[in-house]
Design a protein around this ligand. Structure first.
Ligand SMILES: N[C@@H](CCC(=O)N[C@@H](CS)C(=O)NCC(=O)O)C(=O)O
Length: 206
């Protein structure tokens, strides 16, 4: 059985949990906050969540975990069999992670944790997010799924990227990050009702 370490409040923890549920892999949740303590760093070298434990070995980084899961439990496949199409799904996931989620995250301390971020940070966040959203507009298919006709890993990254980023942008800038992005809105609505994601979201409250 796989151990999933982290906290349910984390969007990346939730993403990996949704993948485990989607693939019907046996797992148990182990509460593990992000710390720089040695026991946590052994599992996840930057101290972040989530990480997984597999037969005494550990793995961090959601994309690495997702690619591992797709190999050990190929069905349902979340990466297309075609090599180029699979690369395009990972490309989309990377832009979601790096050019939207990670950018919006700069303002997380002020949005949700009572901290303060500088006006310079807010301005650079706004500018970089605009650039990231433009990049997404070029490659996001959303007809009906993020990368095309099939549900893929990119749909999960979409849901958990905008779940967090949307909240941050609303709090800090009073704006809807998805205004003018109907294809992404469509995927968000579809994924909110997708059984694995719906279960993960429902269990956050328990
Ligand atoms: N690139 C990582 C990001 C993980 C991440 O940012 N986790 C956040 C919680 S959602 C965290 O642990 N933050 C605490 C920290 O940065 O120390 C992944 O894809 O798994």
């Amino acid at each position: 059985m796989i151990q999933l370490y982290g906290l349910r409040m984390s969007n990346y923890y939730s993403l990996v949990k949704a993948l485990l549920v989607e693939k019907e892999v046996d797992f148990e949740e182990v509460k593990a906050p992000p710390t720089q303590e040695e026991d946590n760093l052994v599992r996840t070298p930057m101290g972040k969540m989530p990480s997984i434990g597999v037969d005494g070995g550990y793995m961090s980084e959601s994309l690495a975990i997702a690619s591992y899961l797709d190999r050990v439990q190929p069905e349902p496949a979340l990466l297309p069999g075609d090599a180029f199409a699979a690369g395009k799904v990972v490309e989309l996931a990377c832009h979601l992670k790096l050019d939207v989620e990670l950018v919006a995250r700069r303002c997380l301390p002020e949005a949700f944790f009572g901290g303060k971020v500088s006006d310079e940070t807010k301005e650079s966040t706004r500018a970089d997010l605009a650039k990231g959203m433009k990049a997404l507009d070029r490659i996001f298919v959303g007809d009906p799924y993020a990368a095309g006709e099939e549900l893929t890993l990119a749909d999960f990254y979409t849901f958990y990227t905008f779940g967090l980023s949307g909240g941050i942008v609303q709090k800090i800038f009073g704006e809807d990050i998805l205004e003018g992005h109907p294809k992404i809105q469509g995927v968000m609505a579809r994924m909110a009702e997708h059984p694995s994601v719906a279960r993960v979201e429902a269990e956050k409250a328990s």
